[in-house]
Design a protein around this ligand. Structure first.
Ligand SMILES: NC(=O)c1ccc[n+]([C@@H]2O[C@H](COP(=O)([O-])OP(=O)(O)OC[C@H]3O[C@@H](n4cnc5c(N)ncnc54)[C@H](O)[C@@H]3O)[C@@H](O)[C@H]2O)c1
Ligand SMILES: O=C(O)CC[C@@H](O)C(=O)O
Length: 395
């Protein structure tokens, strides 16, 4: 079997090379694709191939992918958690300095100086007083979202002498372990906003986080506070942010998401979505996304999916059935019965659920015929059932 992968955006070569020739066809013009590999391209309006089995995001955010629609069809969406976190952290720290040292307007001022020799130097010295900045030690950074990126930003800010306060009601144990021990926990977003000299956003864009920073919350922020948004445009009410910067309540807005309304404004810096744009981050993200995709397509294993639980089972000698289904009673029972009726002996089985979805891997002696997989897919509540050939039968 040849797997067909449709790519959107520029996918790093290291990732593309991780697809073995002979087993995969990969490209932007592939049709009837088994899987999609994407960066930031918006897939919500794209038609989905009837063969589609998985979508992989070579990056962190999945707001460009119709995750709910794919979940209803039993299609996992993978991402590459942490693969670009260092790159984003570095740009956020650059943003921190830009916000506190007036670097962008200062550069623009220098570009516009005319004359040369003594008159040039005089203009430099006369103009620089407009760009007097503030130092970081002793100031407080509030980090909203302490996941892969927020955690690294918090730790880097600590090493720059800042105090750090964080807010993340869904903080994982793994991410908590990586945090500097003196990062203080805020009990609410408002507490963090009211106590921070600079606030950095590192949460995903979802219905719940859209316009997280709105007029009311900006009013809670300290006068002169700087807002850093390297996460997603939709997390802030842009008009409210602009009004607050104009009225000088907010001391600055530094973002990775430009918009015409943000341009040519004092104390606003907009970069062209550069957070993950380093060779290292692009390679890490593409390789991790391709590894996730390959293990799913070739073995049915699920790792780093945003809509399915991790389900990983070592291969046995025989074939495998991979079933995505609604998380309701008696699904595994019905799958087992269908396999028994087809005369197939179960060698190993793993079932996990997450929210409304469940996923089951069943290894059998021999191979699961396509007709049996199709009959299982027709069971009420089964969203997808796929027969996976034994490893020895792979071309
Ligand atoms: N600028 C860029 O190029 C770039 C690159 C990578 C990621 N991002 C953005 O950054 C986001 C975070 O990336 P990550 O890798 O750190 O993801 P992550 O999943 O590791 O961390 C996100 C954290 O946000 C927390 N969270 C969710 N909702 C929250 C809320 N309402 N309040 C507080 N915390 C909340 C989660 O519990 C989680 O710990 C991505 O979703 C993406 O939108 C931007
Ligand atoms: O692919 C990119 O350049 C941006 C990725 C970034 O926004 C992410 O969410 O990982």
């Amino acid at each position: 079997m040849i797997f067909r992968i449709k790519t959107y955006n520029n996918i790093n070569e290291a990732g593309l090379e991780a697809f073995p020739r002979g087993l995969y066809e990969v490209g932007s013009s592939i049709e009837s694709e088994d899987a999609v590999l994407v960066r930031s391209a918006r897939l919500h309006e794209q038609p989905l191939s009837p063969n589609l089995k998985a979508v992989a995001r070579a990056g962190a955010g999945v707001n460009n992918i119709p995750v709910d629609r794919l979940s209803e069809q039993g299609i996992p969406v993978f991402n590459a958690p942490g693969a670009n976190a260092n790159a984003v952290k570095e740009l956020v720290i650059a943003g921190l300095f830009m916000g506190f040292r007036n670097i962008a307007p200062a550069l623009e001022f220098v570009e516009r100086i005319e004359g040369e020799g003594e008159s040039f130097e005089k203009a430099v010295e006369a103009g620089k007083k407009r760009f007097v900045g503030r130092e970081l030690p002793g100031r407080r950074l509030g980090v909203v979202g302490l996941g892969a990126i927020g955690g690294q930003v918090a730790n880097a800010a600590r090493s720059l002498g800042m105090e750090v306060i964080g807010y993340d009601p869904g903080l994982t144990v793994e991410h908590a372990w990586r945090l500097a021990s003196d990062v203080r926990q805020a009990r609410s977003l408002d507490e963090l906003l009211g106590e921070s000299d600079v606030v950095s956003l590192h949460v995903p864009l979802m219905d719940k986080t859209r316009d997280l920073i709105n007029e009311r919350r900006i009013a809670v922020m300290r006068p002169g506070a700087v807002l850093l948004n390297f996460a997603r445009d939709g997390l802030v009410d842009r008009e409210a942010v602009i009004a607050s910067v104009e009225s000088e309540h907010l001391g600055g807005y530094v973002t990775d998401f430009p918009h015409p309304d943000l341009l040519k404004r004092e104390r606003v810096v907009a970069l062209p979505h550069l957070g993950a744009s380093t060779g290292e981050a692009e390679a890490n993200s593409a390789v991790m996304a391709v590894q996730n995709l390959r293990d799913f397509l070739e073995n049915g294993n699920i790792r780093h999916s945003v809509n399915f639980p991790d389900v990983v089972m070592p291969r046995t000698d025989g074939g495998r059935l991979a079933v995505a289904n609604a998380n309701v009673p008696n699904m595994v029972g019905q799958v087992g019965t269908a396999l028994a009726e087809a005369g197939l002996n179960i060698v190993d089985l793993l079932n996990r659920s997450q929210g409304e979805l469940a996923y089951t891997l069943v290894d059998v002696d021999g191979e699961v015929p396509e007709t049996v997989a199709a009959a299982i897919e027709a069971i009420d509540g089964v969203l997808k059932a796929r027969s996976i050939a034994p490893v020895s039968a792979r071309g």
